[in-house]
Each structure stands twice: as structure tokens, then as C-alpha cells.
Design a protein around this ligand. Structure first.
Ligand SMILES: Nc1ncnc2c1ncn2[C@@H]1O[C@H](COP(=O)(O)OP(=O)(O)OP(=O)(O)O)[C@@H](O)[C@H]1O
Ligand SMILES: [Mg+2]
Length: 291
């Protein structure tokens, strides 16, 4: 995970402004997005991204439906993080279109994505360790009193409510995030997304470097999001994690789409073989779910 990307997200302190978003060709986009499924929330079509001479995304298509958990898998360098950074407004695609709730959108910054309801949680640096839980949840979106001061009481109460709503009971909103475990930090970051009514939460390798118990907590948080109707994109190299929460699994290889399959139609062995080969080879894809 790039440090610069995470720093940028952390420093995102401006208030949301949906007016800054530009929607184009609304009618055409609606037709496009609903032609396959009326419940499409995010749809990315033909996304290309170059980094100098590296062609990281080569015409990737990716869709997420409302309330759906999508596992995004693939080997190192497959383009997973780049794709979600495009969806988060951190990177701008060199070609391709992005539709959200049926409208074509131009995401010029993480602020644009957040204004739509797309929240991205990066591993570890999603939070500022030296600030309190409450400050982290409200970072950049602090409520103010009539006098224009930060409304600490509201922040404390609402942050504890958001955490409790996910079954996460932390001692105090004043506790520093540096004192929390990795799993609890993920919980705080996800609570932030819930509090601000995200429609889509993107988690880039949220279970990396966590203990078994913490992994279970994070997977429970993902189920909790789905129960609340929030869609989740979950990137991981650990197929067992993704199989336990995802409704659908998308595999990228070398910047291209490789597999798009309903979880119930495949298994860990089959997908790990495909990912290791980076190609479907001769196997096919009784399991592949065309979209
Ligand atoms: N900021 C960048 N500058 C230059 N090249 C980049 C940048 N970000 C990604 N790349 C390159 O783009 C390709 C895709 O990288 P990406 O980080 O999206 O892969 P990934 O699937 O997330 O891999 P991993 O599982 O290792 O996190 C790689 O070749 C990578 O080196
Ligand atoms: Mg990555």
C-alpha cells in the first residue's frame, strides 16, 4: 500500500461538497448501468491506468451491486489497489467510465468519492494513531457548536454509538488509536464509514497482519456492513477470508479481468489455482459468471 495514498486520505479535511461533482450523460449512463442489473451501485467500464510505461489497468470492468460484498483478488501487481484507488478518487483513470447509482461521475479527488458515499479504508494508516477514537471518526468532518467550536460532546457520543452499533465496545472515545489492536483500528475506520452513511465501503487488505481473533472481528464488521445494506469491496490475498464473506469474487491478472464468479459457484482450490496461473488456461469456467 502506498504511503502517499494513505496520507492523502488522512489529510482529507475538507467538508463534503456534492456540488463539485460533475455528472455527464445521465440518461445514457442510467441505461448502461441498469441494462444488466437494476441494483448496480458502482460500475466501472473499460478502465485504463498507466504509470509511466506500466500499463496497470488494461480496460478493466468492475461492478458492485447495492448491499453486495465483492471480494477483489489477484496476484501481487494485478491492479487491485489501482482499481480501487480509481474508484476512491485517488487516481484518475486514463480511459474508461465510472457510473454511480446510474449516473456517470468524474472522481477528481477522494472528496468527490466520499461525497457520493464511497469510503475507502486502507490498512493501518486509515487512522491517525496519536488522535483519539472520536477525533479519528470525525476527522475532517467535525461537528461544530453554534459558536463554531468543535462539538466534542457530540463527537464522543456519536462515535461510541457508531462503534456499539457494530458490536465494538471500546472503553472511551478519548482513548488514543495507538492503544488499539489492529482489528479494533479496522473497526474504528469502518464505524467512521457507517456513521457517515457510506453506500460503498472499500477495504484494501483489511486482514493483513491481524491475529486470528482480529481477522474474525473484521470479517464480522464486513457482515455487519452488509446487514445494514452497505456494499463492500474487500481486497485480500487470503481466499478463505474472502470466501467467508463475499457474495461474488472478481479476480484480476496483469491489469485485466480474469474471473467474475458467484462465491457459491466456486471454491478456494479452484480460485487459488487460477490466481497462481494468472490465466484460466484450459480450465473453464463452469464457474465463471459472466456479467
Ligand atoms: N503509484 C505508482 N507508480 C508506479 N507504478 C505503480 C503505482 N501504483 C501501482 N503501480 C504499478 O501498477 C501495477 C499494479 O499495482 P497495484 O498496486 O494496483 O497491484 P495490486 O494488485 O494491488 O498488488 P498487491 O497485491 O501487491 O497489493 C504494478 O505493476 C505496480 O508496480
Ligand atoms: Mg494492493
Amino acid at each position: 500500500m502506498e504511503r502517499s495514498a494513505q496520507a492523502s486520505t488522512n489529510n482529507e479535511e475538507e467538508l463534503l461538497d456534492t456540488e463539485s461533482l460533475s455528472y455527464v450523460s445521465k440518461a445514457a449512463a442510467t441505461e448502461e448501468a441498469t441494462s444488466t442489473d437494476g441494483e448496480v451501485l458502482l460500475k466501472m467500464v473499460g478502465i485504463h491506468k498507466w504509470f509511466g510505461r506500466v500499463h496497470a489497468l488494461r480496460g478493466v470492468n468492475f461492478a458492485v451491486h447495492r448491499g453486495e460484498v465483492v471480494g477483489l483478488c489477484g496476484d501481487n501487481g494485478a491492479g487491485k489497489s489501482t482499481l480501487i484507488k480509481v474508484a476512491s478518487g485517488y487516481h484518475t483513470a486514463d480511459a474508461g467510465q465510472i457510473f454511480f447509482e446510474g449516473r456517470e461521475v468524474k472522481l477528481r479527488s477522494p472528496k468527490d468519492a466520499r461525497a457520493l458515499g464511497i469510503e475507502t479504508v486502507y490498512q493501518e494508516q486509515a487512522l491517525c494513531p496519536h488522535l483519539s477514537i472520536a477525533r479519528n471518526i470525525f476527522m475532517g468532518r467535525e461537528p461544530t457548536t453554534v459558536l463554531g467550536l468543535i462539538d466534542q460532546r457530540t463527537m464522543n457520543e456519536e462515535s461510541m454509538q457508531a462503534l456499539a452499533s457494530m458490536g465494538l465496545r471500546l472503553r472511551s472515545p478519548h482513548a488514543l488509536v495507538s492503544a488499539l489492536s489492529g482489528g479494533q483500528r479496522q473497526g474504528v475506520a469502518i464505524a467512521r464509514a457507517i456513521h457517515f452513511k457510506a453506500k460503498l465501503v472499500i477495504l484494501d487488505e483489511p486482514t493483513i497482519a491481524l491475529s486470528v481473533k482480529e481477522v474474525r472481528e473484521v470479517l464480522d464488521f464486513v457482515r455487519h456492513l452488509r446487514d445494514q445494506g452497505v456494499a463492500v469491496v474487500f481486497i485480500t490475498h487470503t481466499l478463505h477470508h474472502v470466501f467467508s464473506v463475499a457474495d461474488r469474487i472478481v479476480v484480476l491478472a496483469h491489469g485485466c479481468n480474469l474471473v467474475d464468479v458467484r462465491t457459491k459457484d466456486t471454491d478456494v482450490d479452484e480460485l487459488s489455482d487460477i490466481i497462481a496461473r494468472g490465466t484460466l488456461g484450459d480450465v473453464v469456467p463452469t464457474t465463471q459468471h459472466a456479467r
